[in-house]
Structure formats: structure tokens, C-alpha cells
Design a protein around this ligand. Structure first.
Ligand code: HEM
Ligand code: HEM
Length: 160
């Protein structure tokens, strides 16, 4: 099947919805970190509204990313711009795959810690959340590089 020439409207909506929820999740992490500190000190998990919202948003991201992955596998994505070098294409591919992988494993590890009492899962969750933030920064820098250096107008592909 030939690659599509553009992302579908559904792919674009899911991209921005997931991006928004990931930003909210990252900015509002203090509540769950505080609650988890208490658990690590031997206390009970306190399901305050901020903790519950972290769990619910995380679960929503989980289902949205699975949906995104299904659409991505079925429909594909436009080819990378021809101005990109081989290593740049490879890096973009790896970062995109890492996003899918991290956004599937993050909610599972969070759930394993909170509901399964698997303490090391929380440590993995914390590390993966940090890796995700680094990749998001790299991803945004790559978009800026495309816009102003390669001048491919890549952002147009993710516009409604
Ligand atoms: C948490 C935030 C984000 C995540 C997890 C994310 C994830 C992704 C993924 C996985 C793709 C590949 C799409 C696919 O092939 O299925 C993608 C594409 C893209 N993203 Fe993001 N993104 C995020 C935020 C952003 C932001 C803030 C921008 C704008 C600066 C942006 C701009 C783009 C563009 C332009 C593409 C298309 C790249 C191409 O056509 O090769 N993303 N994003
Ligand atoms: C894609 C979804 C998720 C993202 C992006 C995310 C992101 C984060 C971030 C940024 C932190 C703070 C890490 C730090 O200490 O610097 C965190 C902590 C935590 N999250 Fe999530 N989370 C997600 C889903 C979930 C889910 C679904 C649960 C539970 C069911 C959960 C449970 C936890 C716990 C227990 C902590 C505290 C870990 C610790 O301090 O060691 N998370 N999360």
C-alpha cells in the first residue's frame, strides 16, 4: 500500500489531544508524587481528586494511544520530507516509536504500582516520565529545525 500524502483528520485530532493530556499530566504530577511518597513510607494511598485525575488522565491517554497506534498501522503516515538526511529520518522514526511505547508502558507501570503494589514499577514510571519529557523537547526542537532551517513547513502536516 503506498504511503498517504497527509495525516488524516483523526490522526491530527488524536496527536493534539494526546499532546495536551501529556502536558497536563506532566505539569500536575506533584499530587501523585506526594501521595506516593507517603506509600513508600508505609502509609496508605490517598485517593485525593488530584491523584484520581492523574490516574484517569493516564488511563485516557492509554486508550487514545492504542487507538492512535491502530490507525497508524492501518493507514500509515506520509513519507518523511526528502530534505531529511538518512540519520535524521532514522532518529525521527525512533523517537515516534518511543512515544508510542512509552505512552503504553507509562500507564501500565503506574497501574502496577498503585493497584498492584509493585514498588519498582513506580521507579520505572518516574524514569520513563522523565525520558518522555526529554523526547517531547527533542520533538519540538526538530519541528522548529524543520520550520526555520530545512524550511519544509513540517508543522503543516499536523494542522487541521
Ligand atoms: C506530548 C507531546 C507530543 C507527543 C507525544 C507527540 C507525538 C508524535 C508522534 C508519535 C508523531 C508521529 C506520528 C505518526 O507517525 O504516527 C508526531 C508527529 C508530529 N508532531 Fe508530535 N507529539 C507531541 C507534541 C508535539 C508538538 C508540541 C508539536 C509542535 C511543535 C508537534 C509536532 C509534530 C509534527 C509536525 C509531526 C509530524 C511529523 C512528520 O510528519 O513526520 N508534536 N508527534
Ligand atoms: C501516559 C500516562 C502518564 C503519564 C505521562 C504520567 C506522568 C507522570 C509524571 C511526570 C510523574 C512524576 C514523576 C517524577 O517523580 O518526576 C508521575 C508520577 C506517578 N504516576 Fe504517572 N503518568 C501517567 C499515568 C499514570 C497512571 C495511569 C498511574 C496509576 C494508575 C500513574 C501513577 C503514578 C505514580 C504512583 C507516580 C509517583 C511515582 C514516584 O514518585 O515514584 N501514572 N507520572
Amino acid at each position: 500500500m503506498p504511503a498517504p500524502t497527509e495525516f488524516s483528520r483523526l490522526q491530527i485530532i488524536l496527536h493534539w489531544l494526546v499532546a495536551l493530556l501529556v502536558v497536563v499530566q506532566t505539569l500536575l504530577h506533584e499530587g501523585i508524587v506526594g501521595a506516593w511518597d507517603l506509600v513508600e513510607q508505609g502509609g496508605e494511598m490517598e485517593f485525593s481528586p488530584i491523584v484520581i485525575s492523574h490516574i484517569i488522565i493516564g488511563a485516557i491517554v492509554f486508550f487514545l494511544i492504542l487507538w492512535r497506534l491502530k490507525v497508524r498501522i492501518r493507514r500509515g503516515a506520509p513519507d518523511f520530507p526528502s530534505k531529511e538526511t538518512g540519520p535524521q529520518k532514522l532518529l525521527a522514526k525512533l523517537v515516534h516509536r518511543a512515544f508510542y511505547l512509552l505512552l503504553i508502558i507509562l500507564p501500565i507501570s503506574g497501574g502496577a504500582a498503585v493497584f498492584g503494589g509493585v514498588m519498582p514499577a513506580a521507579e520505572g514510571h518516574e524514569l520513563m516520565a522523565k525520558a518522555l519529557i526529554i523526547l517531547v523537547i527533542l520533538h519540538v526542537l526538530a519541528t522548529v529545525y524543520h520550520q526555520f532551517v530545512l524550511k519544509t513547513n513540517l508543522i503543516q502536516r499536523m494542522k487541521f
